[in-house]
Design a protein around this ligand. Sequence first.
Ligand code: UGA
Length: 457
Amino acid sequence: MEKIAILGTGYVGLVTGAGLADFGNHVTCVDLDESKIETLRSGKIPFYEFSLGEVVERNVREKRLSFTSDLQKAIKGARTILIAVGTPPGKGGEADLSQVFGAARTIAEQMTSYKLVVQKSTVPVGTGEKVHKLIAEVLKKRGKNTPFDVASNPEFLREGSAVEDFMRPDRVVIGTWSKKAEQILSEIYRPLYLSETPMIKTNVQTAELIKYASNAFLATKISFINEMANICEAVGGNVRTVARGMGLDGRIGPKFLHAGPGYGGSCFPKDTLALADFSKKIGVPSKIVGATIDVNKRQRLKMQEKVESLVGNLKGKEIAVLGLSFKPQTDDVRDSVAIEMIKGMQRKGATIRAFDPIAMETAAKEVRNVEFSEDAYAAAKGADALVIATEWNEFRQLDMNKIKKLLRSPKVVDCRNIYDPEKMRAAGFQYLSVGRAMNEGFSGSSEAKKPARKKKK
Ligand code: UGA
C-alpha cells in the first residue's frame, strides 16, 4: 500500500485517484479550489463520468480516498506525489505548464523526506527534466539534499469510459530514471499484473513521447479517414465501406476510422497543437501532425457548409442541433464541433434550438441565445433543418416519420453517419452525411451504380 497525493482534482486527477485507491493504495486528492473539495467531500462529482461516483464513494467509505485543500499536509503524508494539474493550450498552441511548475515548486519547498514526483498531466517531452532541475534548484536554495525522483506515468483514459480504461488498460507506461522510482510505480500498479496488463518501462522522455505519439496517431487516423470521406464525396464512394475495407487488414485495424465532423474534446486538439509546437521548437517539425491539424480544421468547417448547401442562406433560418458534447457519454463540450457549428450558424443569422441528454448545462455556459429543448422532437419542431452533431445512442433510433412531420422542411445533416442515406432519401428527406454517396450526379446506391460518365461535347 503506497501513500499517494494527487495534485489536481480535474478529470485525470480524480479518475486516477479513485482508481489507485481501488487498487488498495491510500490516496489524498488535493485541490487549492476549496469549493471543489467541499463538493467532493459532500459526495458529489463536479463533472459527469460514467460509474466514477460509485468508485469514489466506495473508496471514501473504506477510508482509502480523501480530499483536502491542505497541500502541505498532503505532501507530508505521501511518498508518491502525482501531478495532475491542467496544461491548457497557450497562445501559440504550446502547452501552458505554469501549473505543473507551480506544483513542482511547492513540493520542493515543502518536502522533508524522499518523494517520487510523477507527472500525470500531458506535458511536452523534456518537461520531466525541467521539473527535476526545478526541484533540485529549490532544494539547493533551501540548503537541503533531500532525495527525490521524477517520473512520467501518462494516462490513456477516454472520457465516458475512463473508469473502465483505468481498471483494464491496454498498457501502463512507466517512465523513470531510477530503479527505486520504477519499483514504487510498479508496486502501485501491481493489481494489473494479475490481468497481465503490459507494462512499458522506459525513461521519462520516452514515456512523455508515447503519450503524444498515441494521441497524435489516433488524431491522424481520424483526419486520414476524413480526407478519404471527402474523396468519396467527390467520386461517389462510401467511406464506411472504405474504412471497413481498410480496417479488416490487421495491420491497420478498424478503430478510429469513423469519418465525421473532425475530432474535438480536451485532448486531441490540444495535444496535436502542442506536439506540432514543440517538435518545431526542437528542430524536428512533425509534418504529419501539422497536416492532421489542418485537415481537422477544414473538416469542422465543412459541417456548416453542408447545412448551408441544404437550406441556403442561414439568415432567419431555424436550425435544430442534436448533441452538444464533443462525443457521447460525457457532458464535456470543450472543443466540441457542435458548439463551433452553433456559433458559426448564429453568426450567419440562424436561430438555434438544441438538445443533448447530458451536456445542456455545460453548453449553456459556452453559447448564447440557444433555446434548449426537452428532447430531440421538441428541438426539431418547426426547424428548417436538423443537424445530428453527436452520436448519442438515443439519436440512433429516432422516429423519422415524426421528425419529418415536425420539421418545416425535411432536411437532415448527419455529421456522424448514424442513418442510412438511402433509407433517409426514400423516406423523403434531403439528407447529407459524411463521405457517403453525396455526389448528386447519380442517385441511389453509390456502390451499386457506376458514376455517370461526363458527356462528350
Ligand atoms: C482521447 C484518447 O482516446 C485517450 O486515449 C486519451 O487518454 C485522451 O484523449 C487524453 O489524452 O486524455 P477522448 O478525448 O476522451 O480520449 O476521446 P476519444 O474517444 O478519443 O475521441 C476524441 C475525438 O475524436 C472525438 O471528437 C470523437 O468524436 C472523435 N473521433 C473518434 C472521430 O471523429 N472518429 C473516430 O473514429 C474516433
